[in-house]
Design a protein around this ligand. Structure first.
Ligand code: GLP
Length: 261
């Protein structure tokens, strides 16, 4: 695991955008794993800015897979993750909707939705780079504490903490769906490169537990310790709980420039 400490959210966004662009430049048919939540938004805005300026790679051949989706929202709801990712990233990059995949929350297919999504991911050849945020309780995608470390895409019930945290998108806690479909921790581990972004003081405890705490289902993001290619990009506030932060700084400063993330 490589931990990169950066001054602020803007620098996190720049380095994350560089890394995503490098993946697409090296493999025009790359499969991008996309997270929602507010943390990746500056990264997505940076990618869009560069694309509009004619600076980014071509996204003509990429395919995208979202991590998770709410269950129970009317089709096309603005806070569905399908609508969110289209609005915040894929539409502005010119990636057509048929190249953007997400778990299918329609009620009639719910029992098989997880398995079908796993099949879609496998048929696409797997995710090349997976953008991840982290919940204040250490959740990854919607894998709440207690999620099996080998889990695959499935229906989950949100904790009260996560519904409270996401109430800002819905106007009230009561309006936040109780159920979701989410890639499992085992699904996420299959991606070839994991890019975890965390900014702000509210994430400091979760980042410390994920990076330096024990491997435990009680902190789902600690599963990242099992993956061979993880980049954790944190701003100073989110890094505040890391005991080894001076070491991470030294390692990154001494990194050969050809190595990339
Ligand atoms: C949400 C999403 C996660 C996201 C996390 C943190 O509930 N399902 O994918 O990483 O919570 O969100 P934010 O970045 O807004 O803090």
């Amino acid at each position: 695991m490589e931990v990169v400490l950066l001054a602020d959210a803007r620098q996190v966004a720049r380095l994350a955008a560089d890394t995503i662009e490098a993946t697409v430049a090296a493999k025009p048919q790359a499969v991008l794993g996309l997270a929602t939540g507010s943390t990746p938004l500056p990264t997505y805005q940076e990618l869009i800015r560069r694309h509009r300026a004619g600076l980014g790679p071509s996204y003509d051949q990429v395919r995208c897979f979202t991590l998770d989706e709410y269950v129970g929202l009317p089709p096309g709801h603005q806070q569905s993750y399908r609508a969110t990712i289209a609005r915040e990233l894929t539409d502005p990059l010119g990636i057509p909707p048929d190249r953007v995949h997400g778990p299918d929350p329609s009620p009639e297919g719910l029992a098989s939705a997880g398995e079908r999504y796993e099949q879609e991911l496998t048929a696409a050849g797997g995710v090349d780079i997976q953008v991840l945020g982290i919940g204040t309780d250490g959740h990854l995608a919607f894998n709440e504490p207690g999620s099996a470390l080998t889990s695959l895409t499935r229906l989950k019930t949100l904790t009260a903490e996560t519904r409270q945290a996401n109430a800002r998108f819905f106007g009230s806690v009561a309006a936040v769906p109780r159920h979701v479909l989410t890639q499992g921790l085992g699904t996420i581990l299959r991606a070839r490169h994991l890019l975890l972004l965390a900014t702000g003081a509210a994430k400091a405890d979760a980042v410390a537990a994920a990076v330096e705490g024990p491997l435990s289902a009680s902190c789902p993001a600690s599963v990242l310790q099992l993956h061979r290619h993880v980049s954790v990009l944190v701003d100073e506030e989110a890094a505040a709980g890391l005991a080894r932060r001076e070491h991470y700084r030294e390692v990154y400063a001494a990194k050969p420039c050809w190595q990339g993330l």
